[in-house]
Ligand binder design. Structure first.
Ligand SMILES: CC(C)(COP(=O)(O)OP(=O)(O)OC[C@H]1O[C@@H](n2cnc3c(N)ncnc32)[C@H](O)[C@@H]1OP(=O)(O)O)[C@@H](O)C(=O)NCCC(=O)NCCS
Length: 413
């Protein structure tokens, strides 16, 4: 039996979508097929692995188009790799590798500078030179321990930041503007187009897993909308200590963040607030009078692969000037294996290949991991992942690549 790659068209889209969902162990609802086709899928970016004997789709993959914010605030085009599955009947025959290779070639041809993904398993993508660039925390807190010891809002009564409920329709109109502002000011964040907003806000009963429909609240300051929260309630009766599940909380000012978390932590009849995928440097922990009550479970968020090393390195800004030669060693991309010299002046880098001896040696996955400032180079040296060759090279690498804030990717895909 042979596997070959086919394009996805309107003729095989339904079979392809069914195969994606089966690959993750789900049946597919007809709405889901229509929604994906209308609001999200870019057919030309999808791929099907077909068994040439049975002519059935046995593997699926593809990418969504995004723009990723890098240190300094520029955005770069990113292939958001998704939909990767191989049927259990055809595992370990190379379908996944074949599809990943085509998706990367296609992305490079389109001019994407990076590829990114959320991984179902954290050991799958290192082999393709993806590095863990953005981490995040899943939170849980009993709101009765939600007293603030510190807050950027010194006097709640006097504060201009106020939070109010809105219905789904109003929220749909207000949230994209706030999200977009956050996207441009947050390293590691991705844009969301209007189709994707519709896709994200789909709220039929079957996607709620027994919780309530979404509630929405907006924070406004001086007439500007500066934050929002979308959440669900999970409770069985009026007197039950229920759970409030934050679906997404975004703010563009410290005061909006404080006002929205004050609002959430003030809820009565709630035994637990859960909020997944929070930034690793979110200030809430530092605001609480009993911070240990905020339990934070770390998980890997966005994995990044640099598709065009010089362009990616030149797109971000740096915290220190100087010259550094980075030797990259890649088993999966022999063409990328080379030494790159970064000349940094006024926070911008010019990047060229060189035949000189490198100051540091790492894999492209490790370069991706430090690219957004999500991990310090020292940690990767200690982990035996980055080799320092010349004296002082770690301090240089650290000084150049460090960022003022940790990356955060609010958008899961
Ligand atoms: C993960 C998955 C797509 C791999 O598909 P596949 O076609 O069997 O993968 P390949 O045959 O191309 O294998 C590629 C490499 O990954 C390794 N690999 C694949 N799946 C693996 C797994 N679950 N655990 C460990 N290694 C795995 C293979 O051993 C191979 O390594 P090698 O190149 O060193 O030989 C498939 O198992 C699957 O559909 N899983 C369920 C859905 C899922 O988790 N998708 C990923 C979404 S992010």
């Amino acid at each position: 039996m042979t596997i070959e790659l086919h394009p996805v068209t309107d003729n095989n889209f339904v079979e392809w979508r069914k195969a994606v969902r089966h690959g993750f162990g789900f049946h597919v609802h007809p709405d889901d097929i229509a929604r994906l086709r209308n609001d999200r899928a870019e057919l030309k970016r999808l791929v099907a692995a077909v068994d040439t004997g049975s002519k059935r789709i046995v593997g699926t993959g593809g990418a969504d188009s995004y723009s990723l914010t890098v240190p300094g605030g520029k955005t770069v085009p990113m292939a958001g790799v998704a939909y990767m599955t191989t049927s259990v009947t055809h595992r370990r025959q190379g379908a996944f590798s074949l599809m990943m290779s085509q998706i990367h070639d296609d992305a490079r041809e389109r001019g994407d500078i990076v590829a990114g993904l959320w991984a179902s398993q954290s050991h799958l993508y290192g082999r393709f030179d993806y590095g863990l660039s953005v981490n995040s925390y899943d939170w849980s807190i009993d709101p009765s321990f939600g007293t603030f010891a510190h807050s950027p809002i010194s006097d709640v009564e006097e504060s201009d930041a106020h939070v109010y409920f809105v219905g789904a329709e109003e929220a749909t109109a207000m949230m994209p503007g706030i999200y977009d502002q956050m996207h441009h000011q947050t390293i590691g964040s991705l844009d969301r187009n209007s189709g994707r907003w519709r896709y994200e806000l789909f709220d039929e009963e079957r996607v709620r897993s027994g919780a309530s429909p979404l509630f929405f609240a907006i924070c406004e300051e001086a007439g500007e909308q500066t934050g929002y929260v979308a959440y669900r309630m999970r409770r069985t009766g009026d007197s039950d200590m229920g759970t409030l599940e934050v679906s997404e909380q975004v703010s563009v000012t410290d005061t909006a963040h404080a006002a929205i978390w004050r609002f959430l932590l003030n809820f009565d009849l709630i035994g637990e607030i859960k909020a997944n995928n929070r930034p690793t440097d979110d200030p809430l922990w530092w605001m609480l009078s009993d911070p240990r009550r905020l339990s934070r479970k770390s998980h890997d968020a966005l994995w990044v692969r640099l598709l065009d090393i010089p362009k990616a390195l030149e797109a971000r800004t740096y915290n220190a000037s100087g010259r550094l030669k980075i030797g990259l060693v890649s088993e999966s991309q022999p063409k990328v294996s080379s030494t790159y010299v970064l000349e940094i002046e006024d926070s911008q880098a010019t990047v060229k290949k060189t035949t000189d001896k490198p100051d540091v040696i790492m894999t492209p996955a490790d370069l991706s991991a430090i690219y957004l400032g999500g991990v310090t180079p020292g940690t990767l040296v200690e982990a035996g992942r980055i080799d320092t060759i010349t004296t002082g090279s770690l301090a240089k690498l650290h000084g150049m690549f460090s960022t003022d804030s940790a990356p955060w990717c609010a958008h899961y895909f």
